[in-house]
Design a binder for this molecule. Structure first.
Ligand code: AMP
Length: 364
């Protein structure tokens, strides 16, 4: 069986690495000739809307999946008319627009930060008066890792803020004074079998994820499972999904979801019985899902912009490294490492050392 993947970055690479032992084969489509998954799967090189290549991809693949959520709607439809596409294109349509996404959450009874639609400077002025300070102006589309966002404070010149997102439809969100950010990763198969991973507790800097820690037994696990279940059912979802949430005094508010495997779930490779990558494949193949139970304590640390020597990372006990084969460039995720240990002290010490190592080479 052959799986087609739109995109050939590290997520596609880790999907392929999980899939080969299951007897699956892969073909990836990506415009970049040196995309990192292209080193271990057949690659079609070209734009995502090249219909000749898309037709070829659909023809060769039993199932097509994707590693990024900004797949254009017409591309998903083109592929869906020719082969199975999972997660379903509806998840892309909802997830690509923050207004549609937040309204979808609200209609399902999933709490979100307060928000208003902003189409003009006048909208921004009246929304700020309603939501108060601070607030965050976000472009509705193409925002990720904190891109397309402006923090609105009492001293912010609203005309300037509006000018900086000129040409984009936006929403304004109340700033949430959260205690922590968490995400829940879940998988649902074609037949509707569902599994949830333990919550991840996530730390960001500059809008980019730095550390994700498995929190097995977290008191908010059940609440997160209720919310992500609502999404899975409403979207008739197939594959792995990640729902990002803010914890505000024990109440979860949904920030956004990603219809794909997610950076906050990379610890599952060593820290869970079955990784998110393997379960994504099992879900889209309609095979039984694997156990999502945690194996010891686990946390993942991203390497951004620069890389230490692999041997320096491996000198820390209980560390597993994942080099993506990408050239280091400012702000680029080039690798991650996971600490996994059954001993609390060893776990804590290794995580401190690993974070220190990541900070030394971090250029952002
Ligand atoms: P996003 O691109 O929406 O995931 O936002 C990137 C990061 O900005 C989040 O992980 C949060 O750390 C922060 N952020 C986004 N929205 C809010 C909010 N309404 N209140 C507080 N922080 C936020």
């Amino acid at each position: 069986m052959k799986i087609g993947i739109l995109g050939a970055g590290q997520l596609a690479r880790m999907i392929a690495l999980a899939g080969y032992p299951l007897g699956l084969d892969f073909i990836v489509l990506d415009p970049s000739p040196d995309a990192c998954a292209g080193k271990l799967a057949e690659q079609l090189i070209g734009e995502y809307d090249d219909e000749t290549l898309l037709a070829q991809l659909a023809e060769i693949s039993d199932v097509v999946t994707y590693e990024f959520e900004n797949v254009p709607a017409q591309v998903a439809k083109f592929l869906n008319d020719r082969t199975h596409v999972y997660p379903p294109p509806k998840a892309l349509q909802v997830g690509q627009d923050r207004l549609v996404e937040k309204s979808f959450f609200r209609d399902l009874g999933i709490p979100t930060p307060e928000f208003s639609v902003i189409n003009s400077l006048e909208d921004l002025q009246s929304a700020v008066a309603g939501l108060g300070f601070p607030a965050i102006l976000k472009t509705r589309r193409m925002g990720y890792d904190g891109k397309g966002q402006v923090l609105i404070k009492p001293e912010t010149d609203l005309a300037e803020a509006w000018e900086s997102v000129r040409g984009y439809d936006c929403i304004l969100e109340a700033f949430v004074p959260f205690q922590r950010e968490v995400s829940i990763i879940a998988a649902r198969s074609v037949s509707g079998e569902v599994k949830f991973y333990p919550l991840s507790e996530n730390r960001h800097k500059g809008g980019i994820l730095r550390v994700a820690e498995c929190k097995a037994g977290d008191p908010l696990q059940a609440q997160a499972e209720v919310y992500v279940s609502k999404l899975l059912i409403a979207l008739d979802y197939v594959g792995v999904i990640a729902l990002e949430l803010f914890d505000v005094n024990g109440k979860l508010l949904a920030n956004e979801f990603a219809p794909r495997v997610h950076n906050s779930g990379h610890w599952t490779i060593e820290g869970a019985e079955t990784s998110q990558f393997e379960n994504h494949l099992r879900a889209i193949m309609d095979w039984s899902l694997g156990s999502t139970a945690a194996v010891g304590k686990a946390a993942m640390v991203n390497f951004i912009g620069g890389l230490p020597k692999a041997e320096d990372a491996l000198a820390i006990p209980d560390i597993h490294v994942h080099w993506y084969g990408k050239d280091p460039r400012k702000g680029r995720k080039v690798a991650h490492a996971t600490v996994r240990s059954i001993n609390d002290n060893r776990y804590r010490n290794a995580l401190v050392e690993l974070e220190r190592l990541a900070q030394q080479t971090d250029d952002s």
